[in-house]
Design a protein around this ligand. Structure first.
Ligand SMILES: [Zn+2]
Length: 66
């Protein structure tokens, strides 16, 4: 299996950056992953790390998650 390098679908650049933003009419921040060369958005993810938040909450409630 060959190792594939992610490429921008628009310009084939291989470096990316992230930026948080507030969508219109949304109560939640999101994070856009975009091409560092042309700015094309290649993905959107949640601002909060839900896994970390769940582990933090479980710890405070003394709940084991395993
Ligand atoms: Zn690009």
């Amino acid at each position: 299996m060959t190792l594939t390098v992610p490429k921008c679908p628009k310009c084939e650049h291989t470096r990316f950056a992230i930026k948080s933003f507030d969508p219109i009419d949304s109560r939640y921040k999101l994070v856009a992953v975009y091409c560092a060369a042309c700015g094309a958005v290649i993905g959107i993810t949640e601002y909060d790390d839900n896994g970390a938040l769940i582990r933090k909450l479980a710890k405070r409630l003394n709940i084991r998650l395993d």
